[in-house]
Structures are given as C-alpha cells and as structure tokens.
Design a protein around this ligand. Structure first.
Ligand code: ADP
Ligand code: MG
Length: 212
C-alpha cells in the first residue's frame, strides 16, 4: 500500500476541514481526488506530504507514519502544491540546483538536473528565468521540483488548473507518462480531468469522502 489513511480529522480552530477520512491507495495507481472548492482536498494533501499536522487519526506513506517518520515520508513523496509556488526571479537551472541542494545529493545534482529537464520537456526553456515562462512551462518546472528526488509517490494539487487547452493536454500526458512508474494522487474539481488521467476516483465534499 502506498498511502494508508485512517480516521483522519483536521480542525482549523473549530472548523472541521477533514472529518474522519479513511482511504488507501495501492502502488502504481493514479488516483483522482475530486471535489468542489473548500472540500478539503488541499488539506488532505498537505497532511500526506508532511506539510501540516493532522488533529487526529493517522496517515502513512509506503508504511512510514507522516508524523513519527516525517523525514522518511519526505524522501518518498514529491509534492506539487496548489498554485505552484516558484521563485520567479530564479533561472530554471538555478532553481533546480537549489532543489538538489535541499535533497542534499551533492555531486549528483548536475546530472540529475539534466535528467529531470529531459523528463519534463524543459530543454528549450532551461536557460530562461522562471518568471519569463508560460504557465504550462512553469507547471513543468513545478513537476521537475516534485520529481527531482525520484519519489515513489507524487501528490499533485490541481496540477492542470489555469492551463490553456494545449498546455492541458501536454501536462496530462506528462503526468500519465510519469504515472507508469509511480503512485499518483492528484486533485481537481473537474470530472473530465479524472476520466482523462486516473484509474480510480475519490470524491470528497465538506471534509468527508463521498465515494471511493
Ligand atoms: P480544497 O483544496 O478542496 O479547496 P481546502 O483543504 O483548501 O479545500 O480547505 C478546506 C476548508 O478548510 C475550507 O473551508 C478552507 O477555508 C479551510 N481552510 C483551509 N486552510 C485553512 C487554514 N490555514 N486556516 C483556516 N481554515 C482553512
Ligand atoms: Mg485546494
């Protein structure tokens, strides 16, 4: 099992953003987390990637508990947050070098940058500043960041939102390609998105799983 979640609850003050959520995701699946704005999708993804703690319940990635074994989880998980936060004043290669530094892979960084640029199709834009890229290429940089340390599990929060139809197809294809060798949980509020990319769908509303 790649992701195992049991009775997960998240309170923001008194608001229950997640209400006793349980689910499991098998290795190799591409799972779509579908729900309207405010459903709790981002909250769930932030907990799985170790970004914020839950209020109660447990979450595990590849058998590692997100709280007790947080560092192990971070090695296993690649996370693309909603709205793809990037340093727009950095050059693409400079940013990926920074990401390599975070993962502390030393001399292997340069090779990995070349590899990840090829995997994500960033070759022709690799010398530009991130702020100069189109939204689709910025999304590729975000995916390069998430994939940099070759994680087993990818958590992608609305990875295709705001893309034009061409960019949408390209990013979908890239995610499907990457999904051949990884477990992916991606969120969206668009039904067709799930049909186009996912092998399984989880519907969430008001912090509760409606169907799995
Ligand atoms: P989704 O990603 O499905 O749109 P979120 O997980 O972002 O949903 O939000 C779920 C609910 O929790 C929303 O009502 C949102 O306003 C609330 N929420 C999210 N983050 C916070 C926060 N840091 N503080 C307070 N409330 C929050
Ligand atoms: Mg969200």
């Amino acid at each position: 099992m790649s992701i195992q979640i049991n009775n997960l609850t998240k309170l923001y003050d008194t608001q229950k953003a997640l209400n006793n959520v349980s689910l499991s995701i098998q290795t190799g699946e591409i799972v779509g987390l579908l729900g309207p704005n405010g459903a709790g999708k981002s909250t769930l993804m932030k907990i799985i990637s170790g970004y914020i703690p839950q209020s109660s319940g447990t979450a595990a990635v590849c058998g590692f508990d997100v709280q007790a074994q947080s560092l192990e989880v971070r090695k296993k998980v690649g996370y693309l947050p909603e709205n793809n936060p990037l340093y727009v004043d950095m050059y693409v290669r400079e940013y990926l070098d920074f990401v390599g530094g975070i993962h502390n892979i030393g001399k292997a960084t340069k090779n990995r940058i070349d590899e990840i640029i090829e995997i994500t199709g960033l070759q022709i834009e690799q010398k530009k500043k991130i702020g100069q890229l189109s939204k689709g290429y910025k999304q590729r940089v975000g995916l390069a960041q998430a994939l940099f340390h070759n994680p087993e599990v990818l958590i992608l929060d609305e990875p295709t939102s705001g893309l034009d139809p061409n960019q949408l197809l390209e990013i979908r294809n890239l995610i499907k390609e990457v999904g051949k060798t990884k477990t992916i949980l991606l969120s969206t509020h668009i039904m067709q998105e799930v049909e186009a990319m996912c092998s399984k769908i989880i519907i969430i509303n008001k912090g509760k799983i409606i169907t799995d």
